[in-house]
Design a protein around this ligand. Structure first.
Ligand code: BES
Ligand code: ZN
Length: 954
């Protein structure tokens, strides 16, 4: 999504859409519009009232366990003209405990008929018994009241006829439209269920632990195709020419993974080495952009089958680019759906970072076919078992299959990104209570994704790769087609022994590599579970404070907080009861080997074999902690960086820069010291380290520019242009070089043109003119495309031309770049026009509105406009997006969280108060307020320092 934010976080410029999760780096929490279950539990005798006034027989959000589903026969007939669907299902259930009712989830469905059949009814073709259906919309449940008690241990069949409109908000079974090259608008119908939206498409036991088999049938017209999780077995022709596709029965799976699509898409396909047919589908005119995804998914599926030592269990896998999509992609088993920009790759307009993004998303969703689909978390509180793992597997698999993308080098950014969120008091533990659909939705945040991935990476580093892999194979095999909890994972990882391995003293050794399987701490009895629960059940990130006295290192752990300071009265209370088991790693000036020590207590001492001039903790930034070097610690490190930075590994240099600026936010280090640390960057040879340093300096520039602090803005501009001159001057406007060369080129030229540097503007203008003169046919280097467009968008003619091209373009990658460029205009009326187009949803799709508002809010000339628009059009926005949707969360945080003044804070507070008064309670309010407060404090403390530092340097 909005390039700027992602760039800030991943140092990779990307198109307008990036993951909603990544965008939501400041997390988001709860809106609870339903009565809380507590309210009901106070009086267990009092039952809720169904819509018809009768008592509803169940009063909990979670379904009872006395009836469980075994099999669903589902027939769906969507009408793409009238935009509704009729459907019927037969659910085979097993009664565990005798009962007089069955509770199911159902939301916004019109139930026409419900009949209960006993096994006997079916055997003797008896008619079955009509069920009385009660509905309790607050909990999205229906109750089927049975005339006679259902008997324990017997199976029954529940037949339900129902219908509904195709949704138009990307949820449940919804309509999506696209425009053909010829200008015709076509409609498709598609599902998107996770986490709690299967219930909008068919009545079901919509909780992840109610796994069942699904036999799906779809009716369609002959001009369309239907796709579902499994391959089609047959098509039968019905009266009137309608066709009915029957799909093979699925393996046992959760409802949120069911999927079906009716469309007229085209595909390319190939076969993996184990014989799985993989196909990539897209709307007909985008077919030519599917080839890269096919190559990548074949490679990645092969990789995962090998790595997990478990075959992909279905005969086929389809990956489909959907024109309107709420998130980035969804891992439905056998039928993965993607936002177009997350799957399609257009060699003419997709940049290197677009390629990395597509590869990552494919890798992520394929990883879910094991982590999530085969083994599913018991409940949504542990969604990190799905998302943290899938995010972590991106790293493992992309490294192995596309080493040239050098994704490994970016991984620390995945961790840095969540640290910003996790160092606010409003963060939450990875494993967190979530009951209502809103709370569940809120669990899909950077804490589950990124922190989950980072603590897994830390654990892998601690155990070693082989043992880690064995452990997860063990976990996946043991819990296949079942559900798992945190503890199940830790048990599997503590004892990674598989059958055939030799176990001794709690460790296991495989025949092949005896030594590498042992834990790396022979002398210590390390309990994986004991250690890992300190990371999953506590929120926040630890700060390790190191002070050196001769050969002795004194260590102390604290909870790291970036907006509350040690001198604040509330600080102590926020520290209480926090303790992590931190697997520390370090190297020293006299030994670059990786030394290890587990810090389990608040304080500890380490004795080094000899006196060293410096010690650097957190080798390769593999650990999830920040390090502060007290006394002369930082000075010694800075001296070493200036003398010979190559004594530290590149990832260590990145870690030092990151930690130093984090410590500035926490008022543990002065800004000038952190800036001094970046001064050696003139000699930096690693592009990634350079990018990291640049990222901070650039972010200060944007902060100053947004606040219109012109003296500092000007001085910073001169400093940046002078300081990075040698490297700016060597940039070419081409697509040449390694991935890192390209990343550096994009980042540097983008900044340079933004700073209005004449040679940059001149070259971009020249390329833009060539492009317009060729009527948009000229292929410009893809890695600088966005910069060229952004410079071009600064004139009215250029802006108008870009908008025309936006409408015509068939490449999502290009459209994102154009939309970003359009949003950088300095003219309010142009920015307003974009917002209007986004609200209209034709030229700029509704799926892109949140990202657009966010992009405009990042533009100094657009920030007030976007913010005012959101406040004034709140009810209009609510008609498009649910309050707890990703889009709304991005809109709220995207248009407010960069504010850094007291007046702005007051405005935001007032707005949130007014929403609360209307009954809208979102935890994101708290997160945004905490972020703005933190920004204000940063400014108060650091603006004078920055000003003085620049005056000296300039
Ligand atoms: N399972 C999610 C899709 C999802 C997200 C469902 C949020 C419900 C709520 C999917 O695997 C996913 O994580 N998608 C990401 C992209 C990924 C590469 C980070 C997304 O949609 O942003
Ligand atoms: Zn995911």
């Amino acid at each position: 999504m909005v390039n700027l934010l992602r760039k800030q976080m991943l140092s990779i410029p990307i198109g307008l859409y990036c993951s909603a999760i990544i965008l939501l780096k400041i997390c988001i929490c709860s809106q609870f519009s339903m009565p809380s279950s507590d309210q009901f539990n106070k009086d267990p005798g009092a039952f809720p009232v169904a819509t018809n006034g009768e008592p509803f027989p169940w009063h909990e959000l979670r379904l009872p366990k006395m009836v469980i589903p075994l099999h669903y026969d589902l027939l769906v007939h969507p009408n793409l003209t009238s935009l509704d669907f009729v459907a019927s299902e037969m659910i085979e259930v097993l009664v565990k405990d005798a009962t007089e009712f069955i509770i199911l989830h159902s939301k916004d469905l019109e139930i026409m008929n419900a009949i209960l059949h006993s096994e006997e009814d079916l055997r003797y073709r008896k008619p079955g018994k009509k069920l009385n259906v009660l509905s309790y919309p607050a909990y999205q449940q229906i109750a089927l009241l049975v005339p006679e008690k259902l008997m324990a241990d017997l199976r029954y069949h529940v037949a339900i006829d129902f219908q509904a409109k195709l949704a138009d908000n990307f949820e449940g079974f919804y309509k999506s439209t696209y425009r053909t090259l010829g200008g015709e608008t076509r409609t498709v119908a598609v599902t998107d269920f996770e986490p709690t939206d299967a219930r909008i498409a068919f009545p079901c036991f919509d909780e992840p632990s109610f796994k069942a088999n699904f036999s799906i049938k779809i009716r369609r017209e002959s001009g369309h195709i239907a796709l579902s999780n499994m391959p089609k077995v047959k098509t039968i022709e019905l009266e009137g020419g309608l066709l009915e596709d029957h799909f093979e029965t699925t393996v046992k799976m959760s409802t949120y993974l069911v999927a079906y699509i009716v469309c007229d898409f085209k595909f390319v396909s190939g076969t993996t080495s184990s014989g799985i047919k993989v196909s990539i589908y897209a709307s007909p005119d985008k077919w030519s952009q599917t080839h890269y995804a096919l190559e990548a998914s074949l490679k990645l599926l092969d990789f995962y089958e090998n790595y997990f030592d478990i075959n992909y269990p279905l005969p086929k896998l389809d990956l489909v680019a959907i024109p309107d999509f709420a998130s980035g992609a969804m891992e439905n088993w056998g039928l993965i759906t993607y936002r177009e920009t997350s799957l399609l790759f257009d060699p003419k307009t997709s940049s290197t970072s677009d390629k990395l993004w597509v590869t990552r998303v494919i890798a992520h969703e394929l990883a879910h076919q094991w982590f999530g689909n085969l083994v599913t978390m018991e409940w949504w509180n542990d969604i990190w078992l799905n998302e943290g793992f899938a995010t972590y597997m991106e790293l493992i698999s992309v490294n192995a299959t596309y080493p040239e993308l050098q994704f490994d080098d970016y991984f620390s950014n995945v961790c840095f990104e969540v640290i910003t969120r996790d160092s606010l008091n409003s963060s939450h533990p990875i494993s967190n209570q979530a009951e209502t659909p809103t709370q569940i939705q809120e669990m899909f945040d950077t804490v589950s994704y990124n922190k989950g991935a980072c603590i897994l990476n830390m654990l892998k580093d601690f155990l070693n790769g082989e043992k880690f892999q064995k452990g997860i194979i063990h976990y996946l095999k043991k819990f296949s087609y079942r559900n798992a909890k945190n503890d199940d994972l830790w048990s599997s990882l503590s004892n990674g022994c598989l059958e055939g391995d030799f176990t001794s003293g709690g460790f296991c050794y495989s025949d092949s590599k005896t030594t590498s399987n042992t834990l790396t701490f022979p002398g210590e009895n390390v309990e994986v579970k004991e250690m890992m629960t300190t990371w999953t059940l506590q929120k926040g990130i630890p700060l390790v404070v190191v002070s050196q006295e001769g050969r002795s290192l004194r260590l102390r752990q604290e909870r790291f907080l970036s907006g509350v300071f040690k001198e604040d009265p509330g600080w102590r209370a926020l520290q209480e009861r926090y303790l992590w088991h931190i697997p520390l790693t370090y190297s020293t000036s006299s030994s670059n080997a990786v030394h290890r020590h587990i810090l389990k207590s608040k304080t500890d001492t380490l004795d080094l074999p000899e006196k060293t001039s410096w010690v650097k903790f957190n080798v390769d930034s593999n650990g999830y902690y920040i390090v502060h070097y007290e006394g002369h610690g930082w000075d010694q490190l800075i001296t070493q960086l200036n003398q010979n930075h190559t004594l530290f590994r590149p990832k260590d240099r990145i870690g030092l820069i990151h930690d130093a600026f984090q410590l500035v936010s926490a008022r543990r280090l002065t800004l000038d010291k952190a800036l001094d640390l970046t001064h050696y960057l003139q000699h930096e040879t690693s592009i990634l380290v350079l990018l990291k340093g640049l990222e901070y300096l650039e972010s200060f520039y944007y902060m100053m520019e947004r606040r219109n602090i012109s003296d500092v803005t000007e001085n910073l501009k001169h400093y940046l242009l002078r300081y990075f001159k040698p490297v700016i001057d060597t940039q070419s406007w081409s697509d040449e070089g390694s991935i890192q060369d390209k990343m550096l080129r994009s980042a540097l030229l983008k900044l340079t043109c933004h700073l209005n540097h004449a040679p940059c503007i001149q070259k971009a203008t020249e390329l833009f003119s060539q492009w317009t003169e060729s009527s948009g046919k000229l292929n410009l280097p893809t890695d600088v495309l966005k910069i060229v467009y952004s410079v071009g968008a600064q004139t009215t003619a250029g802006w108008n031309y870009l908008l025309e091209q936006y409408e015509l373009s068939m490449s999502g990658a290009e459209k994102n770049k154009i939309l970003y460029a359009l949003s950088t205009s300095k003219h309010q009326e142009k920015l307003m026009k974009l917002i209007e187009l986004g609200m209209e949803g034709k030229v700029i799709k509704t799926q892109d509105l949140a990202a657009l508002l966010h992009a405009i809010a990042r533009n100094p000339q657009g920030q007030q406009l976007a913010w005012n628009f959101v406040r004034e059009n709140w009810t209009h926005l609510l008609k498009k997006f649910d309050l707890d949707s990703f889009a709304m969360r991005i809109i709220i945080s995207g248009t407010t969280s960069h504010f850094s003044s007291k007046d702005e804070l007051q405005e935001v507070k007032l707005f949130f108060e007014s929403l609360k008064a209307q009954g809208s309670h979102l935890d994101i309010f708290q997160i945004v307020l905490e972020t703005i407060t933190k920004n204000i404090k940063w400014m108060e403390k650091n603006l004078p320092t920055l000003r003085t530092w620049l005056q000296i340097k300039i």
